[in-house]
Design a protein around this ligand. Structure first.
Ligand SMILES: C[S@@+](CC[C@H](N)C(=O)[O-])C[C@H]1O[C@@H](n2cnc3c(N)ncnc32)[C@H](O)[C@@H]1O
Length: 208
């Protein structure tokens, strides 16, 4: 690179990688980065929306064989798809528990404190688009997740608002999360820097 160009780049303030990822429309990539910073081998975590299992495989890799992932989905199709993916990735079956149940059951089915909980809302990619996460059950599950969250722990929520019902769920989440500010939790709203009014967004909640 010519000298005059390199000095021009050197003088610029560093660019936040999370902003670049949000610009590229990848709130899930930002969520993964932030989860990585908070989760270590041996931790207990939850994937509240299992889907095809990609987040569960990611979490299982972080917590390792001494940790545990509890994953929830209401669709049998998702449980089967994820089980297949876990097999392909050689994820140890006793490292992950797949619950064919609503995430509202986190409080009754998970008894140990949690280091992280991931929500990736909306519908199952490649599945029935009528089966979506809904505001009431999402908020109830989120409250259950916060009740189990350890100090230093993190909850990530990726919300999609472009499908019917998504906007209402996204708005309900914003209201719920704004009300948490000033409590034992710190909330960050990672808005998309694009002009797209229906771009997905990410909220992270850290327990102080
Ligand atoms: C966007 S997908 C999740 C993607 C997934 N995390 C992955 O890595 O592939 C959303 C999932 O939430 C599930 N879902 C909808 N309502 C739910 C509920 N009440 N409890 C748990 N899962 C639910 C859907 O069946 C769908 O599979």
């Amino acid at each position: 690179m010519p000298e005059h160009q390199s000095s021009r780049y050197r003088d610029r303030p560093p660019v936040d990688n999370n902003i670049i990822r949000m610009l590229c429309g990848r709130p899930t990539a930002v969520a993964h980065d932030l989860i990585c910073e908070h989760v270590k081998l041996g931790d207990r975590v939850v994937d509240a929306t299992l889907g095809n299992g990609y987040d569960t495989i990611f979490l299982a890799g972080l917590v390792g064989p001494t940790g545990h992932v509890d994953s929830f989905d209401i669709q049998k199709e998702a449980i089967e798809s994820a089980r297949e993916k876990l097999r392909e990735h050689n994820t140890c079956s006793n490292q992950v528990t797949l619950h064919h149940a609503s995430h509202e059951k986190i409080g009754s089915l998970v008894k140990t404190p949690l280091q992280a909980v991931m929500f990736n809302l909306g519908y199952l990619p490649g599945g029935d688009k009528q089966v979506i996460t809904r505001a009431a059950s999402t908020l109830s599950a989120l409250q259950a997740a916060l009740d189990l969250l350890l100090p230093g722990g993190i909850v990530s929520i990726v919300a999609y608002i472009g499908h019917p019902g998504g906007m209402e769920e996204g708005e309900a989440l914003r209201v719920f999360c704004r009300a948490l500010e000033g409590s034992a939790f710190s909330v960050t709203f990672h808005e998309s820097p694009s002009d797209n009014p229906i771009a997905p967004f990410l909220i992270t909640i850290n327990r102080d």
